[in-house]
Design a protein around this ligand. Structure first.
Ligand code: PLP
Length: 391
């Protein structure tokens, strides 16, 4: 066993980060780690400029014309809560999918319990995709939101945004996407795909640190603010500010987090989004092919890897997912993620909720073919063990 960890849990968070991210965060925080945009002295202005530049970079990244409508939050859970509670009112109807993460399912569940909100979950098909044709069938007069997980954090499948977005635009219903898994892996175009709100988290494929995320909000979409506080400007005003980005930002910005995200975005830009994704998918194909050849390994929705990100769920039949993950960790130093992946409805639909979920490998930009070879070897040994147990 190597003493170096083989990190195949990039679906949870990317690790390691590019050296440039660590270096920029360290330098920026030492030099300009002040409260950005709150005062007129040089350090403050400098910190504020980096924050504003990062908004511009994110706006360009999502093809959004209004950088001031890119708001920072702690992570995508925080941003999804802002969007969901700020768009849905008592007695409304919401359409979502069974692919969602708890950061969508739970806010909606609470709205159902506490504010009589009706929630419709569109199921995915046998390949892991939702059918855009299901959405128009479900619209009601009081539908106030469609929210979907762009790329499943369990199956890796990329959902057909544009077709769903077109239906929502025609009906005038706000369309929110949870881009936690997709931002930094594949292009996201707010204009072309009729997106109203894109929610992102900094610490996954955008290669920044934890504690930073946000949402990009299309012009014309006015999310009610559900929190209020200091914005650093117009302090005499009693109410929270209506205009973006202040509308959805509260208190001191996580300036070191924004710095890390800034450096992550630059790194992605330098390497090229599609070059990173293509290499991750090449490794995922090698992994999928290797696992598919092992007797006793069950894969889920991995037959055709087109419209996929580099996330691969599997089980060794006969072992609970956590046991397989523990063996991979202890015996091979491989980090993976087992369980329900905060997406219980996916596992309910697959039937894997009854066997403790699945093991998930998430391939990232710093994985190599060697890592994949060791992972396949490890799973093969575990499957052999299971065969011997049966005899
Ligand atoms: C699809 C999806 N949505 C939301 C989240 C929540 O992200 P965060 O913990 O950064 O808020 C995750 C993280 O695992 C995710 O995969």
């Amino acid at each position: 066993m190597s003493d170096k960890i083989i990190f195949l849990d990039n679906g949870a968070t990317s690790f390691p980060k590019p050296e440039e991210v660590y270096a920029f965060m360290d330098q920026f925080y030492r030099k300009y780690g002040v409260n950005p945009g709150r005062s007129g002295y040089d350090l403050c202005v400098e910190a504020g400029q980096m924050v504003e530049q990062t908004r511009k970079m994110l706006a360009a990244f999502f093809n959004h014309k209004h950088p001031d409508r890119v708001c920072f939050s702690y992570n995508s859970t925080d941003a999804l809560n802002l969007a969901i509670f700020g768009l849905v009112k008592e007695g409304d109807h919401v359409i979502t999918t069974t692919l969602e993460h708890n950061s969508v399912l739970r806010p909606l569940y609470h709205l159902g319990l506490e504010r009589r909100v009706e929630v419709d979950h569109v199921p995915f098909d046998g390949r892991g995709f939702v059918d855009p044709g299901e959405f128009p069938k479900r619209f009601k007069k009081n539908t106030s939101l469609v929210v979907i997980n762009h790329a499943s954090n369990v199956l890796g499948t990329i959902q057909p945004l544009k077709a769903i977005g077109r239906h929502c635009r025609e009906r005038g219903v706000p369309f929110v996407i949870d881009a936690s898994q997709s931002a930094g892996k594949i292009p996201i175009d707010m204009e072309d795909s009729f997106l109203d709100v894109v929610v992102f988290t900094g610490h996954k494929s955008l290669l920044g640190p934890t504690g930073i995320g946000g949402l990009a909000v299309r012009d014309g979409i006015n999310i009610r603010f559900t929190r209020a506080g200091g914005t650093g400007v117009r302090s005499a005003q009693r109410t929270h500010l209506e205009e973006y980005p202040y509308r959805l930002e509260y208190g001191t910005t996580n300036v070191v987090g924004v710095a890390g995200l800034h450096a992550g975005l630059k790194w992605i830009e330098a390497k090229g989004l599609s070059a990173i994704h293509d290499e991750e998918m090449r490794l995922t194909r090698v992994l999928r092919d290797g696992l598919a050849r092992i007797e006793g390994v069950q894969l889920y929705c991995q037959d055709d890897l087109t419209d996929h990100i580099a996330v691969l769920p599997f089980n060794v039949v006969g072992f609970e997912a956590t046991h397989t993950a523990t063996m991979l960790d202890v015996d091979y130093n491989i980090a993976s993620r087992s369980g329900l992946h905060c997406a219980p409805m996916v596992h309910e639909q697959l039937g894997t909720d009854k066997i403790g979920g699945a093991v998930r490998f998430g391939v990232g930009p710093f994985n190599t073919e060697d890592h994949i070879r060791v992972a396949i070897g490890g799973v093969k040994d575990i499957a052999e063990l299971q065969k011997k147990k049966k005899k």
